[in-house]
Design a protein around this ligand. Structure first.
Ligand code: DP6
Length: 330
């Protein structure tokens, strides 16, 4: 009996210039380039086993068998990878996140990156990082940026209509901190995928952002290359506000910010006025990220941990890309 098994570990990434809107929903081609920071501390570990002993694909996340959308997205992705490898064995997928799932903390990014890398290894597919980014993109767009560590850009469509990611700078280039602030572990009203589709179809702000996003990307590349933290933080914050304005002007209105988000945004501004350089960014969950420099991280964390509505903080450094590991989950 043929059995092939592999395990991969992936870190999520925090979008500094966000991916928001698709040109092609099936191929997952984004409307704009995006730039992110792959972080350490948060991770997804996934073991994939393809075997003739399985009669169907099965997906377990954090010890629970998944059904519905999470399962069907994983099965669709496994089928893509199987056809790439010309194999047809079913698979068992066991995945563990060390952080809350579907709470706007990029679990689909690390989830699909780990799934893609482990599956390719198990299927005997030898792929470059660029090729892995193009494959994992089909599972979830933002996962393409988690293939690489450090600062990463996702190119919307390069030569031959290829859309892939590349590393702008490795994790040692620019030592910044991303403090993840968790308010409560909650599921969202709309998935990111649905929200992106609704806002592309209904928000009059979408084109406005596309008109300026190239200049934001340019500023972000410069900020990273020149290690200009002020420029990085200001640009990330401005892009975050633009993306959430698109969400707010969609029909139905998509609001990912809760009271705690607004209060923490105020706190970030107060910190800055007091000489502590910090900037915020928020994805599609109620939780948020505070970007800062290493010398301020402990003080900000102490302040946050005294706030009753803050459940947890996790200080992340720039992290590694997705890698194969030896310890299988089953
Ligand atoms: C707000 O990659 O989760 O986090 O491609 O539909 O799976 P799909 O979407 P996903 O979107 C992430 C959106 C974001 C911004 C970003 O990560 O760039």
């Amino acid at each position: 009996m043929i059995i092939t098994k592999a395990t991969a570990l992936a870190n999520p990434n925090t979008a500094l210039i966000k991916y928001w809107g698709k040109q092609d929903e099936e191929l997952i081609l984004p409307m704009n380039n995006s730039i992110s920071l792959t972080v350490d501390s948060l991770s997804t570990t996934t073991t994939v086993e393809f075997s003739e002993k399985y009669t169907e694909d099965q997906f377990f996340l954090n010890d629970e068998k998944q059904i519905g959308t999470p399962e069907s997205r994983v099965i669709k992705h496994l089928s893509l990878l199987r056809s790439e490898a010309n194999k047809n064995m079913s698979a068992k997928v066991v995945s563990k996140n060390n952080f809350p799932t579907a709470a706007g903390l990029a679990s689909s990014a690390s989830g699909f990156a780990a799934l893609t890398v482990a599956s390719c290894k198990a299927l005997g597919l030898e792929k470059s990082e660029k090729e892995l980014s193009m494959l994992t993109r089909r599972g979830s767009g933002s996962s393409s940026r988690s293939i690489f560590g450090g600062f990463v850009e996702w190119i919307k469509a390069g030569e031959g209509n290829e859309s892939y990611t590349k590393q702008l700078a490795d994790k040692n280039h620019f030592d910044i901190r991303d403090i993840v602030v968790i308010f409560k572990e909650q599921k969202r009203e709309f998935s990111t995928r649905e929200a992106m589709k609704i806002s592309k179809e209904t928000s009059s702000m979408i084109q406005g952002r596309l008109d300026v996003v190239d200049s934001y990307l340019e500023r972000m590349r410069k900020a990273i290359a020149e290690k200009d933290f002020t420029l990085l933080g200001q640009t990330a914050e401005a892009d975050c506000n633009l993306v959430h304005s698109i969400a707010l002007t969609s029909k139905p209105k998509l609001s990912f910010w809760i009271d705690e988000t607004l209060r923490t945004i105020k706190l970030v501004k107060t910190l800055r006025e007091g000489g502590i350089e910090a900037y915020y960014t928020v994805d599609t969950g109620a939780n948020m990220h505070i970007l800062t420099l290493p010398q301020y991280a402990a003080e900000i964390e102490t302040i946050l941990n005294k706030i009753p509505y803050v459940v947890k903080t996790i200080v992340c450094k720039p992290g590694d890309g997705t890698k194969i590991v030896d310890n299988h989950l089953f």
